[in-house]
Design a protein around this ligand. Structure first.
Ligand code: CO
Ligand code: CO
Length: 339
């Protein structure tokens, strides 16, 4: 499958993938004013900026619901569809759930090329099926800017929901992928990305978080989320605020996709990166040479896990792609600290 097709999908949009996400600053001003209903079956609602909502339907069954769609992050339509699916499924894994059903969401120009559309839908469908999930339907609108993704429903036992609000001082902070999809996709959009770097980013974005989620299923997990549009700092911030602790990230431990540091140095920053920086910077103590990359919006990024040391050791043995990037401290002056 080629990383390039004509016309370039990424050339037709303002920002690619999760970088097309609305600034968190905008949502933060409005969401608190939205009325909510008290319902004891809402196990996770939108107050805690978690990955997905969780609703208890019976004492031993809860549904996990999430929706994610975005603009093309790569030029190959099949690959774009598959990445959109992997990214959408991830939020179910990030709650400890198993994906069950999917509804597709499509914004497509009426004059668009039908073969390209077929490839996007095919790539999406095959990745959804790989996640053990079925597509039930969807909705499409006529829009000059292509957008694609899914609403996913999964299931979880109400006692086994994994949120971003339970991290405890003393926990180890683990991560399961490398950082850099945003700068690589921005470099691709600007025509300066090397094929090998794009292919490395694509391989990672196509990797489901399913195996990582299965690896932690039997372990003690206090805090869990996935790193997507708000970047490593942004999602760590949400966990830190939700858990009322401070997360310390050791920048020397974080692994980057090949090419990511180079493109960050070349200033291949999306608008989303700037938004994330603006939103998160006041919550951060310290600085590192890689801060740009920690603000970088990630597409289909890895799981960020706060867990006891013994479970971190077990995870490293069971799932070698997982590695430690920091630790959880009692709340300091700021919710985030970088070394
Ligand atoms: Co998420
Ligand atoms: Co999401």
């Amino acid at each position: 499958m080629s990383a390039h097709s004509s016309p370039k999908l990424t050339g037709q949009v303002k920002a690619g993938g999760c970088a097309s996400k609305l600034s968190p600053k905008i949502l933060d001003q409005v969401l608190p004013r939205i009325p909510r209903v008290a319902d004891g079956n809402i196990l996770v609602g939108f107050d805690t900026a978690d990955d997905a909502g969780v609703y208890r339907v019976s004492p031993d069954l809860a549904i996990v619901q999430t929706v994610d769609f975005f603009t093309p992050v790569v030029d190959d339509p099949y690959t774009f569809g598959a990445i959109a699916a992997a990214n959408a499924l991830s939020d179910v894994y990030a709650m400890g759930g198993r994906p069950l059903t999917a509804l597709s969401i499509l914004a497509w120009p009426a004059s668009g090329d039908l073969d390209t559309l077929e490839q996007i839908l095919k790539g999406g469908a095959e990745k959804i099926h790989e996640g053990g999930c079925v597509i039930l339907g969807g909705h499409s609108v006529n829009d000059p800017e292509i957008k694609f993704g899914y609403a996913i429903t999964g299931t979880v036992h109400p006692d086994r929901v994994k949120t971003n609000t339970g991290a405890l001082p003393g926990d180890v902070l683990m991560f399961t992928k490398k950082i850099g999809t945003g700068v690589i996709s921005t470099a691709l959009k600007r025509g300066i990305a090397k094929d090998e770097h794009v292919n490395g980013a694509i391989a990672q974005m196509l990797t489901l978080n399913r195996a990582a989620a299965e690896a932690i299923e039997s372990l003690e997990v206090h805090g869990l989320t996935d790193v997507t549009g708000f970047g490593l700092f942004g999602h760590a911030r949400e966990m830190a605020i939700g858990s009322k602790i401070t997360i310390e990230i050791d920048s020397s431990l974080v692994r980057f996709l090949d090419g990511a540091i180079e493109y960050a140095q070349a200033g291949a920053f999306s608008g989303g990166l700037g938004n994330n920086r603006e939103f998160v910077a006041s919550c951060l103590e310290g600085s590192s040479p890689f801060d740009d990359l920690f603000y970088d919006p990630q597409t289909s990024g890895g799981l960020l896990i706060a867990m006891p040391e013994k479970d971190a050791l077990a995870l490293e043995r069971k799932f070698p792609a997982a590695y430690r990037i920091g630790r959880v401290l009692e709340r300091q002056t700021k919710p985030l600290r970088v070394l």
